[in-house]
Design a binder for this molecule. Structure first.
Ligand code: SF4
Length: 700
């Protein structure tokens, strides 16, 4: 029977957090896995972007790791699983004995599934440390912190479907769904726009989102092209405008007095913060005409339903928590929360970036965001697990790499690539070299795996099953077509085997299959409690889902917020400039973002010919006036330098970027933007300031 005749396997795209359903098949006995459309897939209804359509290209790629490797005298050699796992267990045991459990760090990954991350964080906690984190830290830790603190839950408040149907105004700040969430943009946002919705984009860079909404001849859409790092003053202009206009026209609905009175706290703090706020000066600092911000404020505040979408342009700052808090302030004072078509909605980057945090692969929370220092919550999890969990939050992933070779002696990396994903990338590589021991389980020889002592070859997304949670809290099942390479193992099997060898057969790590792991996850994770594999079916369920049979909540906070007071927290915030600002030596602001064709550190997308052919190398956007000042022609190779390093890339001279700002990407090993970025952290969320660094440029 040909593969076309066979029933394809329905699974989820391994790339962004939209969570599109795709089908795959594999000819019996062969190693060729092919993409097939899945016409009635719940999220995307058969539509697919270039990344999703090319996703199978990496599955049987010639670069796949096929056997365990051990480093000896600086060179890798093949080893048996017995020898490789023996070495891992020996080193983890030795590190704990000699330096204590906090001398190890564990990296989960949003490229892997809920069950795998659940088991990895359980392994870390059984080992005796909360030093476990995942790449959420790098993208939306500040968003999660602000949403959790002020509304109660660190996730998208609404769902893509209700937004598409009900939203009148989309306020998209620091996000570029046209590039990074193409199906959300083309299927949900664009559909709403065709039916009359307005888009207000706030971003230093004109991009695919800007262009995708130039879809009619009206002037209803706006792009506020602000200076990097001026999101707080821009939103303060919006907030002050809304408050002033309400004074002038109290009946016109500029703010929602009843909502503020009944459902929020802290409004006075906001009005006090804005009392002496100078809108003209702030607009000038943002580099956006005051009247444009005021018009955007009017469009948002006067809409029946307005929804905020927030991205890494907001979160990846040292003031990331306050950036998102100010979006929450705007939604709360205008009553745009708790009903369809509204909310504050982070667009998540990876296919399981929501789920990896949901299942507790973070240093401060257990599954279901239960705090490790909440005795009651921790003890309820300990009762199921049968061992004690440390009651102090552990180190975040950037803190782990900062401590490598100091208090941290060993690292367990599942599917992550910190040598490229973390800021100040050259320094990360130097620090990893100082570790006593590092084990990496992955599908390819990544830039991080090069520094490992043991590499364990894992299977790809297409070969195994489990669940993932998309950007709007929908938990969906992934299904696999089986192993392509006999001697690889599923991530779940590897973690289970390591833990069982470390702690014994009865330690609670020996599971028959992913479903058995999910059953335990449900038990300790209240927001997943009502979900079963059968119940998830082909459509999935939104969390929170407390009881079997619950439909799950497509939007949150209909009646009450999940805070201690049950109220939404308003808190005025003031401008905090980026930690590095331009000076004589580094006169430009460098900012970074991702491309539609590539995926984070490019481990998979650079090996996908269909994707890589479109963007085979890094580049930098330079404004024409800056290009003239530095003698740069379009297509010239230029050297970009920051206080941390330098890269050489091709220049693209364009008015997409503001004068004084340059823009590049982190995807390419030969010249990654993260060599230049700043590893200074937001104090509360510990997210690095990827989005603003001082830099210099010259023709190479
Ligand atoms: Fe995959 Fe995201 Fe594209 Fe959907 S939009 S096909 S999830 S990369």
């Amino acid at each position: 029977m040909s593969s076309e005749d066979a029933e394809p396997t329905k699974t989820i795209c391994p790339y962004c957090g939209v969570g599109c359903g795709i089908a795959i098949d594999r000819e019996a006995g062969g190693d060729d896995v092919q993409f097939r459309p899945w016409g009635d897939a719940p999220v995307n209804e058969g539509r697919i972007c270039i990344k999703g359509g090319a996703a199978t290209q990496v599955v049987n790629h010639e670069d796949r790791l096929t056997d365990p490797l051990i480093k000896e005298d600086g060179e890798f050699r093949e080893a048996s699983w017995e020898e490789a796992l023996g070495r891992v267990v020996e080193e983890l045991s030795r590190i704990r004995e000699e330096h204590g459990p906090d001398a190890m760090g564990f990296y989960g990954s949003s490229k892997t599934m809920n069950e795998e991350n659940y088991l990895l964080q359980k392994l870390a906690r059984r080992y005796g440390t909360n030093n476990v984190d995942n790449c959420t830290r790098m993208c939306h830790a500040s968003t999660v912190y602000a949403l959790r603190t002020s509304l109660g839950t660190g996730a998208m408040t609404n769902s893509m479907a209700d937004l598409a149907e009900e939203t009148d105004v989309f306020w998209i700040q620091g996000a570029n769904p046209g590039e990074q969430h193409p199906i959300a943009n083309s299927q949900y946002f664009r559909q709403a726009v065709l039916e009359g919705a307005t888009v207000i984009q706030v971003d230093p860079h004109a991009n695919k989102t800007t262009r995708s909404f130039e879809i009619d001849e009206t002037d209803r859409h706006m792009h506020l092209q602000l200076e990097p790092g001026t999101d707080i003053p821009l939103l303060n202009v919006v907030l002050k405008t809304v408050l002033e206009r309400h004074e002038e026209e109290p009946e016109a609905g500029w703010i929602d007095e009843a909502f503020i009175e009944e459902r929020t706290e802290g409004f006075d703090h906001l009005t006090e913060t804005l009392a002496d706020f100078d809108k003209e000066a702030a607009a000038e600092e943002c580099g956006v005409p005051l009247e444009d911000i005021e018009l955007a404020a009017e469009k948002y505040a006067r809409a029946d339903n307005a929804a905020i979408f927030t991205g890494m342009g907001m979160s990846q700052h040292t003031c990331g928590v306050d950036n998102v808090q100010n979006e929450i302030n705007l939604a709360l004072v205008t009553g745009n929360l708790g009903r369809p078509g509204t909310g504050v909605n982070p667009l998540r980057g990876q296919n399981n970036v929501q789920g990896t945090s949901d299942v507790g692969a973070m240093p401060n929370v257990l599954p279901g965001y239960q705090l490790v220092d909440d005795d009651e919550a921790r003890e309820s999890v300990e009762d199921v697990w049968g061992f004690e969990v440390p009651d102090e939050p552990g180190l975040t992933n950037v803190e782990i790499s900062h401590e490598a070779g100091k208090s941290v002696h060993g690292l367990y990396v599942m599917g992550e690539n910190p040598v490229m994903s973390e800021p100040d990338a050259n320094r990360v590589a130097e620090r990893l070299e100082r570790l006593d021991f590092m084990v990496v389980q992955d599908i390819f020889m990544t830039e991080t795996a090069e520094y490992a002592d043991v590499i364990l070859p894992a299977t790809t997304w297409a070969e195994r099953g489990g669940t993932v949670t998309n950007t709007d809290r929908r938990v969906q099942r992934m299904r696999g077509v089986g192993k392509i390479h006999e001697n690889t193992r599923h991530d779940l099997e590897i973690v289970s085997e390591v833990a069982t060898r470390l702690f014994g057969e009865d330690a609670g790590f020996d599971f028959e299959d992913p479903e058995a792991v999910f059953e335990e996850l449900r038990e300790v994770c209240p927001i997943y409690h009502g979900m079963t594999y059968d119940g998830l079916g082909e459509v999935g369920l939104h969390w929170p889902c407390y009881e079997e049979g619950d439909e799950g909540d497509p939007y949150l906070y209909a009646d009450t917020f999940d805070t201690e007071s049950s109220l939404g927290r308003i808190e005025g915030v003031r401008h905090q400039p980026p930690k590095e600002t331009p000076d004589e030596e580094y006169p430009l602001i460098l900012t970074t973002a991702r491309l539609e064709e590539h995926y984070n550190t490019g481990t998979m997308s650079r090996r996908s010919p269909r994707l890589n052919d479109r963007h085979p190398e890094n580049f930098v956007d330079v404004h024409p006036n800056d290009a003239e000042r530095y003698g740069i022609e379009d297509g010239d190779y230029v050297r970009i330098t920051s206080r941390r390093g330098e890269i050489e890339v091709k220049a693209q001279v364009t008015e997409d970027i503001k004068e004084g700002v340059i823009w590049t990407t982190p995807h390419f090993a030969a010249a990654s933007g993260n060599v230049l970025t700043n590893d200074v952290l937001d104090e509360r969320a510990k997210i690095p300031e990827y989005k603003a660094a001082a830099a210099e440029i010259e023709v190479a």
